[in-house]
Design a protein around this ligand. Structure first.
Ligand code: ZN
Length: 206
């Protein structure tokens, strides 16, 4: 399986990092070995001094497909999770400056934190509200209706390049409010369902 990630998909977040708003999706990947599931703790890596959280909605691909057409794009996912795209921001800035790929800063072990998946039937699928809190304080509050590229846009675009396989995951981008974490911090991710906010993700930084 593969993990595709979309960068700069919320205008306010692109601006906070002084990045231009993209004309087509910014895509990168994480290996399966980067996944951290089951609300296990995350161990702060030695190669960074500026580890950032990025809270994101993650899609799970429900069936195989390539060159997926827009009218069918919705049929390719029916579950979502709360994810954290951990990023070594200092390392990423260095790599960006040199024009190098981002993997060292974004695809390391534990960098893809994932909650359990819930059915899209439980949320307003065209406007999914979600929030990330750090030590009990809300630091990111997003709504997927503010994405530059919708879930369907993303599916159509990435499937022109990569055959999507059942079980593949797509991190769909982070809203404004990214920031650093330190050992001792706790992150919690919530998705707003028809029944109210649902705490799905808990991650202690060690
Ligand atoms: Zn991200």
């Amino acid at each position: 399986m593969k993990i595709l990630c979309i960068g700069r998909n919320y205008e306010e977040h692109a601006k906070e990092l002084n990045n231009p708003v993209p004309e087509r999706p910014v895509v990168f990947m994480k290996p399966a070995s980067s996944m951290l599931v089951g609300n296990k703790p995350f161990y702060y890596p030695e190669f960074t001094k500026d580890l950032h959280y990025e809270g994101e909605i993650v899609l799970k691909i429900a069936k195989n497909g390539r060159h997926i057409q827009r009218e069918f794009a919705r049929d390719y996912f029916n579950e979502i999770a709360f994810g954290i795209d951990f990023t070594a921001r200092d390392l990423q800035s260095e790599l960006k400056k040199k024009g190098h790929p981002w993997e060292l800063a974004k695809a390391f072990d534990g960098s893809a934190v994932l909650s359990e998946f819930i059915s899209l039937d439980r949320v307003n699928r065209d406007a999914i509200e979600f929030q990330l809190s750090k030590n009990g304080e809300v630091v990111q509050h997003g709504n997927t209706r503010d994405m530059i590229f919708s879930f369907e846009d993303i599916i159509v675009f990435v499937s022109q390049y990569f055959k999507l396989l059942m079980g593949d995951l797509i991190f769909t981008g982070t809203p404004a409010g990214v920031g650093p974490v330190q050992p001792g911090d706790t992150l919690e991710g919530r998705i707003f369902t028809h029944d109210g906010p649902l705490k799905l993700l808990h991650c202690d930084i060690k």
